[in-house]
Design a protein around this ligand. Sequence first.
Ligand code: AMP
Length: 329
Amino acid sequence: MSLQPANIKDREIKKEILEVIKKWDTIIIHRHERPDPDAIGSQCGLAEIIKNTFPMKQVFTAGSSTGDLSFLAEMNPPVKEDYENALVIVTDTANVKRIDDKNYALGKKWIKIDHHPLDDSYGESEWVNTGASSCSEMIADLWLTFPDELKMNTEAARLLYGGIVGDTNRFLYEATSSYTMQVAAELMKFSFSASALNNRMNVIKPPVAKLMGYVLENFSVSNEGVGHIIITQQTLNQLNIEDKDTNGIVSLPGSIEGVKSWGVFVQQTDRHYRCRLRSKGPIINEIAKQHDGGGHPLASGANARNEDEIDQILDEMKEISKNWTPPKQ
Ligand code: AMP
């Protein structure tokens, strides 16, 4: 099987990572906190491939419980002693601060595999491909680069496909390339049901449906095309939802006419706001970085101390959005 030329890219670092994986008997895979389908897909998909290829190796997956995403996978957590002679691989995590489960530091060697902009280097081997739609696409690409040395199975294919669907919002976002589609096509050759998985990923809990109504009702859009909604602790309590449930509504404002970029600001229990910034074109991650955050050019996260800082973020978004026009179709 050969998919040219995208999987030629980064061949050396992919080879290095494969050789390191071969050498270690215990491998512990971490991902970022507040995991999304791509974090879980890349972490657990890689674990499945390694277990399937090297049945004698011990492979663990570390991090908090996957909660509502447990239909994708559950963790197989290591104990502290497992790190004594372990290789740690961290997927989908741009900076050390966001690695879930701080025991990663106990590992003897680290590898970083990520598709976020490289703001924080870590790991003795680091493979960063900002052109990939998702970290799950990168893990599938690792397999497609060495199809005779790594063995894919149905479970890994399901997880990686789910990760790609999650991070591309069903192949909708700009980061979806022709190679993303090729990779998805290869994964779909395994016998999981892509439509059943897509349907499961689309399910929202009734309180989240109520939150959608709240967002659509209260969302405002500026003349510059910057939309925003503030969700206070009081609203979260009234709707009986938690911060993590806001995952289900972040992309929603993107379909409202005239919205170029937007922010969903969720108040936390310590009163500061988690800022979830999204854009159709204007580059927002530089703004996120100025406010204790970071992320992708069109999907970033930050933190605001109070509503004044939210106003500041919105002003900065207006500045970069006002002259932006949608590209030709
Ligand atoms: P979220 O809104 O949490 O889904 O995050 C969107 C993107 O921004 C993800 O790729 C995150 O990795 C990144 N991100 C979110 N919060 C932060 C943060 N505090 N620092 C750096 N990156 C972040």
